[in-house]
Write a protein that binds this ligand. Structure first.
Ligand code: HEC
Ligand code: HEC
Ligand code: HEC
Ligand code: HEC
Ligand code: HEC
Ligand code: HEC
Length: 428
């Protein structure tokens, strides 16, 4: 009885801990590395413009330029709006080669200074270029206002880590509770043992015990009795059978599930390097992931945006050139693959649902070689649909549905409340 209670306690604390760590994940995701939240400490430009500029910069320029003064491939862009005129910058960024060929002295000078590496052209509007410049300026100001970055979350404003710190504290707290529980348990066992021996002494000394009672009071713990007991034997056999059954069922149900699948790819392309260290946005390469059903795998041309300049001599990069020369696609091995009977749409989840790539694909930005992180089973889809509340705020389409739902049930309005577990939603 007591042990059941204790077990229940421990289990519920476990669940609590898990909940907390999930919250921690959410909290961490809230602060995207390099997010520009802190950039609003700025000389007046519209924060929305700066945000737009930040996204453009991250996607298109950050591999070659820092917004500070470090040289990556090209010069650091801090203060560039001071040393060049806006119209010069607009022409340069749109097409630097044209500007150099027109004989512009500044352009030729910077081109020669950087060993005549051609910067790619960008089909931006003037406003888009201005937003990038606004972002660069705001970064320069932020850097002055906030000299250090916080806790390794680059670019995040101070205080934004509070979420994770608090969770860390909760984690430590839980450890303490567990230790206290164990200590209490030990103390209890010792006290119980003391009480039995006291009682035994008392009974032996002060009472007249008949033969049977004396035997019970003075009995020794006998292992062979346990071992010979029929009940215990049946129990052991039963546990054995259940475990065996469980294992076989898992195996049988596992047919066709490829969780962990990690094939060798034709080019040693690393997400850790590109999406992690160089922070290239996922949709720079997976261009359709927010707009359509499929996420798309980048063509060799997308690689060439950068690799016509970067690491041109590397044997792995030479493979890209060869594919382009022969006009053949790079034959990436497909990892995630649902059977044809199921319908899955990326934009529904990434754009509409706001689900992070990492929720389904795991820490891709830390993988040198991609593997399948989730099981991709029907149960997996449905579990999430049952648990995930739908973001209905400010969407009149949902108002009536939510009212109806609240009248009939207490739980949150989840994807499944909206019909997300109906067979026809996922099956053609
Ligand atoms: C593939 C690398 C690469 C990318 C991507 C790139 N640049 Fe450049 N950029 C360079 C190099 C190299 C130079 C130095 C001049 C040269 O060699 O052409 C340069 C020079 C510049 C200059 C002139 C700096 C000065 O001191 O006058 C500006 C401004 C600039 N880049 C802005 C941008 C912006 C904005 C983006 C993104 C939209 C961008 N660059 C993307 C490589 C790149
Ligand atoms: C520089 C381009 C580039 C960027 C940036 C990039 N990817 Fe990829 N991604 C690829 C290429 C190329 C492949 C195919 C080769 C492979 O599997 O590694 C791929 C494969 C994948 C796959 C496996 C596809 C399959 O076969 O099932 C997933 C999932 C994925 N990427 C997710 C992401 C996520 C999430 C991000 C952002 C954190 C991201 N990618 C950023 C180029 C990129
Ligand atoms: C937005 C710019 C960008 C794009 C697009 C890009 N890369 Fe890269 N890539 C880089 C940078 C930056 C490095 C790191 C270079 C370094 O460390 O010196 C790199 C390194 C690599 C390397 C390691 C090279 C070596 O031998 O060290 C490989 C392989 C590679 N990229 C393959 C690809 C492939 C394949 C694609 C297309 C799916 C691609 N890259 C797209 C920027 C890019
Ligand atoms: C709700 C879960 C979920 C989210 C969120 C999600 N994916 Fe996927 N992804 C999948 C599933 C399931 C597949 C397999 C689809 C299939 O086989 O039809 C897949 C396949 C892919 C593929 C292989 C190509 C394809 O389209 O089949 C790439 C690349 C990919 N995802 C990238 C991303 C990126 C980048 C993001 C974030 C912007 C993302 N995914 C977000 C579940 C998800
Ligand atoms: C991590 C959570 C998560 C996982 C895993 C997930 N989904 Fe979803 N799904 C959502 C959310 C959130 C929405 C609601 C998007 C919205 O409409 O706001 C959604 C919506 C949908 C819809 C539209 C439902 C409707 O009512 O219109 C379909 C279809 C769907 N998902 C299919 C799938 C399939 C198939 C899988 C498994 C391969 C899957 N989902 C896995 C979170 C998830
Ligand atoms: C949220 C999306 C979703 C919903 C809702 C859904 N399914 Fe599925 N179903 C899937 C996916 C994804 C697979 C493929 C999983 C796999 O291959 O393991 C699948 C597989 C199946 C299979 C084939 C199993 C196999 O082993 O090949 C059957 C049969 C099936 N579903 C029936 C149903 C029925 C009946 C319903 C309604 C009660 C339903 N599904 C609702 C996503 C869904």
């Amino acid at each position: 009885m007591f042990y059941t209670f204790l077990l229940a306690l421990v289990v519920s604390f476990g669940a609590l801990a898990q909940g907390a760590s999930e919250q921690a994940e959410v909290a961490q995701k809230g602060v995207e590395p390099g997010s520009t939240e802190g950039a609003s400490v700025d000389g007046g430009a519209d924060p929305a413009v700066i945000d737009a500029g930040a996204a453009l910069f991250k996607n298109n320029c950050a591999v070659c330029h820092s917004a500070g003064s470090d040289v990556i491939v090209g010069p650091g862009l801090k203060g560039v709006t001071g040393r060049r005129s806006e119209s010069w910058l607009i022409s340069w960024i749109k097409n630097s080669q044209a500007l150099i060929q027109s004989g512009d002295a500044e352009a030729v000078a910077v081109y020669n200074e950087y060993n005549k590496q051609a910067m790619p052209s960008f089909a931006f509007s003037d406003d888009e270029v201005r937003s990038i410049l606004a972002y660069i300026d705001s970064e320069a100001n932020t850097a002055a206002a906030v000299p250090t970055t916080v806790g390794g979350v680059e670019g995040a404003a101070p205080g934004q880590n509070v979420g994770t710190d608090a969770i860390g504290a909760v984690g430590g707290y839980l450890d303490i509770i567990l230790v206290v529980l164990i200590v209490v348990l030990i103390v209890l066992v010792v006290t119980l043992l003391l009480i039995t021996s006291l009682l035994k002494n008392y009974l032996n000394k002060n009472r007249q015990l008949d033969e049977y009672d004396a035997e019970v009071v003075n009995q020794r713990f006998d292992f062979s009795k346990i071992y010979k007991s029929k009940a215990v034997r049946t129990l052991v056999v039963l546990i054995f059978v259940v475990v065996l059954l469980d294992l076989t069922i898992d195996k049988v149900m596992g047919v066709g599930i490829q969780q962990g699948y990690q094939p060798k790819q034709p080019i040693a392309f690393s997400h850790k390097l590109h999406a992690g260290e160089h922070q290239i946005n996922c949709n720079y390469c997976h261009t359709t992931v927010y707009e359509s059903k499929s996420a798309s795998i980048p063509s060799a041309n997308i690689c060439m945006n950068c690799h016509s300049q970067i690491q041109t001599q590397s044997p792995e990069i030479q493979k890209i050139y060869r594919a382009i020369e022969r006009n053949e696609p790079i034959e990436w091995v497909r990892i995630h693959n649902l059977p044809d009977l199921a319908y899955f749409n990326h934009s529904q989840h990434t754009q509409v649902g706001g689900v992070e790539c990492q929720t389904c694909h795991g820490p891709i930005q830390e993988m040198d070689v991609v593997y399948q992180y989730s099981p991709l089973t029907m149960g997996w889809c449905i579990d999430c649909h049952r648990e995930t509340p739908l973001n209905t705020e400010g969407n009149q389409y949902y108002d009536n549905l939510v009212q109806l739902h609240e009248a009939s049930s207490k739980g949150a309005f989840t994807v499944s409340s909206n019909g997300g577990t109906e067979c026809s939603k996922c099956h053609y």
